[in-house]
Write a protein that binds this ligand. Structure first.
Ligand SMILES: Cc1ncc(COP(=O)(O)O)c(C=O)c1O
Length: 473
């Protein structure tokens, strides 16, 4: 492909992209495919000879598109969204075109300095104290792993980096029973050992019980363990429960334990001053993560990781082979030492475009709009005689189940709701997901997609009621 053809095809693709985004709500949100349906249509090996772009694009439309789940559809209300926006997509086009690998200042000075400034903008927007410094990682899983590795090196005075874990002492990590699975994964990878992760009980709002945390730390101390890190969550994956940060932070200070805060999804809501209560006590945390790639209209991937002790972070990850040394090393940030991979994408550009294109007010308006849509639907579910809420709704995730009054058997209710969710999923009309809360099968609906409007929520809610009604007829 030469430059002329690239120009021609790129123009066509932009039209395709704009059409797709205008029409995405008309697509079945989940594809009607079985495992293997796509791979069966793909050749088993790469072509020997060049193929025309038209053929590739035709296959994209005929093989790939029918197998896509449409995360951008307003009817995608499952998991947490990975929403995006036009300015973010445009930035990603430029990023791909520049093809810069931003591992150090020298390899892309503008990327490094823009990242630095964007992390400051974001920090101020979500009300983090100025003592925090940020870096963009790929995902919250990576950010949390970095935090756990920092905690490990802090508590062992960098000895694990040097010699690996030694001796019999166990280093324990604490999170609630509702915490995201990435914490357990991080604990495994960082070498703490899964057996040394304590899942602390939650209260009726599914938030960590601070008194249970303190008890667990004391018990571990009595057993000769070394309590090393606590992960508190602002907005759990199941139901967006908010762990009581201030109380948890006090316990961490008392026992000298590293505190990491996972606000992967809900962090975006901190752009709203009225939601800052969720973060009270954050000044005592050692690190904090939130993902603009979930709810802040910025394409996947973009995870904002903040730390109080920049030197600890860099010392945990720094490595300096001869071939990476540059004359500016003492005067600049080399983000390759702020995380796990050496190579780094230019992610700050899309944040810059998103924040400038929306403006703070525009971002706040959209987030408030999503929260209002959720309040409205929450009221409807609460008032409905055959549905029930299963958790508080502090933001825009609603946990509920279908519960006709004449069914009281919990197992039957679980089966009924699982059937309901499967039918909704198979319809391709709305995409919802589930969790278990207090061992009950719980349907989740998350209202955070970029172009979500009241009529989409109305239509989805009507569809859920109709399907539920059909189930018991
Ligand atoms: C609370 C929480 N933490 C962490 C994660 C993991 O996010 P990522 O996919 O960026 O690793 C999620 C994902 O939904 C989450 O909800």
């Amino acid at each position: 492909m030469d430059s002329n053809q690239f120009r021609k095809e790129a123009h066509k693709l932009v039209d395709w992209m704009a059409d797709y985004l205008e029409e995405v709500e008309d697509y079945p949100v989940k594809p009607d495919v079985e495992p293997g349906d796509i791979s069966r249509q793909l050749p088993e090996s790469a072509p020997e000879e060049s193929e025309p772009f038209e053929d590739m694009f035709e296959d994209f439309e005929e093989i790939i598109m029918p197998g896509m789940t449409h995360w951008e559809s307003p009817y995608f209300m499952g998991y947490f969204p990975a929403n995006k926006s036009y300015p973010s997509v445009l930035a990603e086009m430029l990023t791909a075109t520049l093809g810069a690998q931003c591992m150090s200042w020298l390899t892309s000075p503008a990327a490094t300095e823009l990242e630095e400034r964007m992390m400051e903008w974001l920090r101020d927007l979500i009300g983090l104290p100025e003592t925090f410094t940020g870096v963009i990682e790929d995902t919250a899983s990576t950010s949390t792993l970095c935090a756990l590795l920092m905690a490990r090196e802090q508590v062992t005075d960098f000895q694990v980096n040097e010699h690996g874990f030694s001796g019999d002492q166990k280093h324990t990590v604490y999170c609630s029973s509702e915490t995201h699975s990435s914490i357990e994964k991080g604990v495994k990878i960082a070498g703490f050992g899964r057996q040394n992760l304590r899942k602390i009980a939650v209260d009726e709002t599914f938030a960590m019980k601070p008194e249970a945390l303190e008890k667990a730390i004391r018990q571990d101390l009595e057993k000769g363990c070394n309590p090393t890190a606590v992960v508190a969550t602002i907005g759990t994956t199941g139901s967006t429960a908010i762990d009581p940060l201030e109380e948890i932070a006090n316990i961490c200070s008392k026992y000298d334990v590293f505190l990491h805060v996972d606000a992967a999804y809900a962090g975006t809501a901190l752009l709203l001053p009225e939601k800052r209560w969720m973060n009270e006590g954050i000044e005592h945390a050692d690190s904090f993560v939130f993902n603009p790639h979930k709810w802040m209209f910025t394409n996947f991937d973009c995870s904002a990781f903040y730390v109080q002790d920049e030197a600890l972070l860099v010392r945990t990850f720094e490595i300096m082979p001869e071939y990476l040394k540059t004359p500016e090393d003492q005067r600049v940030k080399n983000y390759r030492d702020w995380g796990i991979p050496l190579g780094r994408r230019f992610r700050a550009l899309k944040l810059w475009f998103v924040m400038r294109s929306f403006g703070v007010e525009g971002l706040q308006n959209k987030i408030r709009h999503h929260i209002r849509l959720a309040e409205d639907l929450t009221n409807k579910i609460e008032e409905h005689k055959e549905f029930e809420l299963l958790a508080p709704v502090p933001l825009n995730t609603i946990c509920f189940r279908f519960h006709p009054p004449y069914i009281s058997d919990e197992q039957k209710l679980d089966e009924l709701n699982e059937k309901l969710l499967n039918q909704i999923q198979e319809s391709g009309k709305v995409f919802l997901t589930h969790t278990k809360l207090e061992d009950r099968y719980t349907i989740r609906i998350v209202l955070g997609n970029t172009n979500l409007e009241h009529h989409h929520v109305e239509k989805a809610w009507q569809f859920i009621q109709d399907r539920a009604g059909n189930l018991i007829e």
